[in-house]
Design a protein around this ligand. Structure first.
Ligand code: MG
Length: 395
């Protein structure tokens, strides 16, 4: 079997959602500049009352035997990298030889060890695994050596919800009533936001703990926007609310040293790594003892092939891997192929999944707080043609 084309295209559709889809945003590293701190949540373009424009690019690997593999959603930038830079290497290759294709592209992209290029390679790798599963007539978790169990618990990430305490309480209780045993929320304030910011960050944790009681895990994400002393001080104050972890206090380039220092004094476990790429990036965090939980994203860090390697390395340090949740379908296959102590839980970003899985016929959603495996071959997602308002070919 040979690859004949890496076909990239963009789908447009209209999502209906009453009211504001994004109510609030997380704190960002650029918020140290007041003009950016003042910015509201980034908008998914509204195209009418309660109607939002969804644009998703995808890659489809085409072969001379008619078997195909689908990857996405990705950005149009990533689609262009696949079309222009990867096609000359991948076309003519056997699509089932995923290690060979990954390594050839990696060796050809000496400046592409992260960012858009590595994200594009991640998506192509996922599309190749989808193809390999469809060719074998088996779900990807089975090709990866799973399943290790029939289902995995999911945690609900509440990015984009209002941080008004009354609404936080209401939504957190709603999440628990849906069967989730864990929920993650996102701070809005960083280390330059003074006592008022500290007060509001602590209020978020207190509100959550009071809302969900003692038997539900809460996690808190600082999205790279804190400093070492601030994170240490906050971790000590947050300990009272017993969070399962404090996430990504430092920017990726500073987290090896920074999170190692934070961990020495933090009474709360530190989770990080979603902005690191490849086995080498994640191994750096392991070697420097910078994380209690590692969070590579399958669609960013190098694909299923690479995150399997990261899980293998992490298991030698006895560190859990809780992948960041860009693609729930792809991530579920990987998690269900790993022992529960290596991959204990799956991230479900409530709002992002409405967008990322918008075009899928059967989105993978937790039911009663768990994601169960299915027997669908490959990754198991199919495009719902009825959702497409406009389709644009990108190559
Ligand atoms: Mg995060």
């Amino acid at each position: 079997m040979k690859i004949t084309r890496l076909h990239v295209f963009q789908l447009q559709g209209v999502m209906e959602f009453p009211g504001a889809f994004w109510e609030e945003r997380l704190v960002r590293p650029i918020d140290v500049y007041p003009e950016h701190k003042a910015e509201g949540p980034s908008n998914t373009p509204e195209v009418g009352d309660g109607k939002y424009l969804i644009e998703s690019s995808c890659v489809e690997v085409e072969t001379d035997e008619g078997v195909t593999g689908l990857g996405g959603p990705i950005t149009a930038d990533q689609a262009q990298v696949i079309a222009r830079q990867f096609s000359p290497i991948a076309v003519g290759e056997d699509p089932r030889a995923t290690e060979r294709i990954w390594d050839k592209i990696y060796r050809s992209q000496v400046h592409g060890r992260g960012g858009v290029v590595m994200m594009a390679l991640s998506a192509l790798d996922c599309a190749l695994w989808d193809l390999k599963g469809k060719w074998a007539g088996a779900p990807v978790y089975r090709l990866l050596g799973g399943p290790t169990r029939p289902e995995v618990p999911a945690y609900a990430s509440a990015l984009g919800f209002s941080l008004e305490p009354d609404l936080v309480r209401e939504r957190a209780r709603m999440i628990v009533s849906q069967g989730f045993k864990a929920t993650k929320w996102f701070f809005r304030h960083g280390h330059l936001d003074g006592r008022e910011g500290i007060r509001k960050n602590l209020e978020l944790a207190r509100t959550l703990r009071e809302a969900v009681g003692d038997d539900v895990d809460i996690m808190l994400d600082a999205w790279m926007s804190w400093s070492v002393p601030y994170a240490i001080s906050m971790a000590k104050q947050l300990a009272e609310y017993n969070p399962r972890w404090l996430e990504e206090p430092m920017m990726a380039d500073k987290e090896r040293e920074g999170c190692a220092l934070i961990r020495q004094q933090s009474p709360v476990a530190i989770a990080t790594g979603e902005h690191q790429y490849t086995r080498w990036g994640l191994k750096g965090l392991m070697d420097s003892r910078s994380a209690d939980i590692l969070q590579p994203d399958i669609y960013w860090a190098g694909g299923i092939s690479e995150v399997v390697k990261i899980c293998n390395i992490a298991s030698t340090y006895d560190l859990p891997v809780v992948p960041h949740g860009h693609s729930v379908p792809a991530t579920a296959h990987l998690i269900l192929s790993q022992p529960a102590n290596t991959c204990p839980i799956l991230e479900y970003l409530i709002k992002w999944n409405e967008i990322h899985q918008f075009f899928w016929k059967e989105p993978v959603k937790p039911v009663n707080g768990v994601v169960r495996l299915t027997e669908k071959p490959g990754i198991g997602v199919e495009i719902d043609e009825a959702k497409i308002v406009k389709r644009r070919e990108l190559n």
